[in-house]
Design a protein around this ligand. Structure first.
Ligand code: PEP
Length: 258
């Protein structure tokens, strides 16, 4: 069997109490029927975390299904109207914390500085971070993708002191070329391989004293037709799936494609 991957469903601001309950049940059923052997995480909107975590966590045998959130505050308790801390999410079983998604960066003006605060707060508290990086189409057309990704990675990890005892297995880097998100056009296998290789080299330098390197997953128009090819690329440890993760049949096919 292929090595175990991590496949993360980013449901964004989609769904309802009823539809996400049903979707979660369908994923649970597929895992119970042993259709899915990889590690799966679902990231619902925050408000549905209490209900869905009950659903996921009450199935004690579902060791490979976890729940997480799409965004988290950079700060502990305090006067931060509208924000939700990782401690609050953790109370409802959140294991994964997505940080720096391009929609947060572009639509909500999240800066590299804010993202690095989130990353350092989560990692210093031993939490699992899924850090998104990726270039825009304009940057890609100017062949700036490596420069952009390098800057995003360096900045996101900049508040962690070199000698700090953070666990590298708490870090997942999601390479998401922005032009591929929701466009129906994923990056080519060659580009995915090359960029993952580049990110791996950067991480190996940054964490040179660590035995385990962070995992690197790909996101951007992953669907049930291309997932087998993408997940089979050397250096791809999994996938971050947006649109296709809202369709139970498609998502289960993605998760069982290799
Ligand atoms: C995403 O937004 O993280 C994503 C990968 O979306 P999609 O799969 O729809 O491209």
């Amino acid at each position: 069997m292929a090595s175990k991957k991590i496949i993360i469903a980013n449901w964004k601001q989609n769904g309802s109490l009823r539809s996400l309950y049903t979707l979660t049940n369908q994923i649970i059923r597929a895992i119970k029927l042993k259709k899915i052997k990889h590690s799966i995480a679902i990231l619902p909107p925050h408000v549905y975390l209490p209900m869905l975590s009950k659903q996921v966590l009450s199935n004690k045998k579902l060791k490979n299904l976890s729940i997480g959130v799409q965004n988290v505050s950079a700060f502990p308790d305090g006067a931060y109207t509208g924000e939700v801390s990782f401690e609050m999410c953790k109370d409802f079983g959140s294991k994964y914390f997505l940080v720096g998604h391009s929609e947060r960066r572009q639509l909500f003006s999240e800066s590299d500085a804010l993202i690095s605060k989130k990353v350092s707060r989560l990692l210093s508290c031993n939490k699992k971070v899924v850090l998104c990086v990726g270039e825009t189409l304009a940057e890609r057309n100017k062949k700036l993708e490596k420069k952009v990704i390098s800057k995003q990675l360096t900045s996101a990890l900049s508040l962690l002191s070199q000698g700090s005892n953070i666990k590298t297995n708490n870090i997942i880097v999601a390479y998401e070329p922005i032009w591929a998100i929701g466009s129906g056009k994923s990056a080519s296998n060659k580009d995915i391989y090359n960029t993952h290789f580049f990110i791996k080299k950067k991480l190996a330098t940054r964490f040179k004293s660590c035995k385990i390197l962070p995992k690197i997953i790909y996101g951007g128009s992953v669907n049930n037709m291309n997932s087998k090819d993408i997940l089979s690329i050397e250096g791809v440890d999994g996938a971050l799936v947006g649109g296709a993760s809202l369709n139970a049949k498609k998502f289960i096919e993605i998760c069982s494609s290799i």
